[in-house]
Design a protein around this ligand. Sequence first.
Ligand code: 6PG
Length: 228
Amino acid sequence: MSPAVPIWRVFSDRQSLIEAAAEVIRQAEAESGESFSIVLAGGQTPLALYRRLVGEPMRWEKWRVYFGDERCLAPDHPDRNTLQARLALLNQVSIASEHIFTPRVELGPAEAASRYGETLADAGKFDLVLLGLGEDGHTASLFPGHEIGLVPDAPDVLPVFDAPIPPSERISLSAHRLSRAKQVLFLVTGESKRDAVKRWRKGEQIPAAKISAEKSLVVLADRDACPD
Ligand code: 6PG
C-alpha cells in the first residue's frame, strides 16, 4: 500500500541533509537484489549529494541509472540534467555506460518520451527515486495545472511542450511511473521553497504531493525550506 503522507526530516544544515541522503542510498543499495535501479533528480540541490557519493564504497556494478526528467537541449548544454549528473557523479565512478539510461531529448519531446518509455518498459519497479521540489510545487517536470500522468494506464514518460520554467520543452516520468518505486526520497533546500513546502504540508495537491511509493516516502528538507 502506498503511503499517502510523507515522513519529513528537517535538518539545520545542508551537510547533515546530504549525509542523511547518502545513508538512504547506501541502505537502499544494500537491500536491493542483483541490480540497484535508481532514478536521479534534476536541478541544483542533488548535485552536492552526487559529488558526495564519489569515493563511497558502493557496488557500482549493480547500479542501473535512470533520469526523472530532462530538458530538451543539446547533449552538451550545461543545463542538461543528465550532463550535470554525469559531471558530478556518473563520470567519476565505475558504472558501465550501458547501465546509464539517458533520454535522447535532442529528438524532441514526443520522440524522446516515446523512446524512453520503451527503455523503461524493461526497468521494472525502481529501488529508489530521487526528486526535487520546485517553487511552484512541481517535481521532475510535472507542473501544476499540467497533465502529470497519475492514472494507472498513464504513459511512463510524458512529453512536455509548455513548461512554465525554461526550457519549455522537456520530458518527464509520469507521476504513476515515479511512484512505481520501493522508496522515494525528496531533497528540498532553500528559502525559495518555503511556500511550496507550506502548501504541501497543509495538504494541497501540488504535483509533488501526488507521488507515492511502495515502502517509504521521505522528504529531507533544510530549515530554510521548512522553518516550522
Ligand atoms: C528540473 C527538475 C526539477 C527540480 C526542481 C528543484 O529539471 O528542473 O528536475 O523538478 O528538481 O525544480 O530544483 P532545484 O534543486 O534546482 O531547486
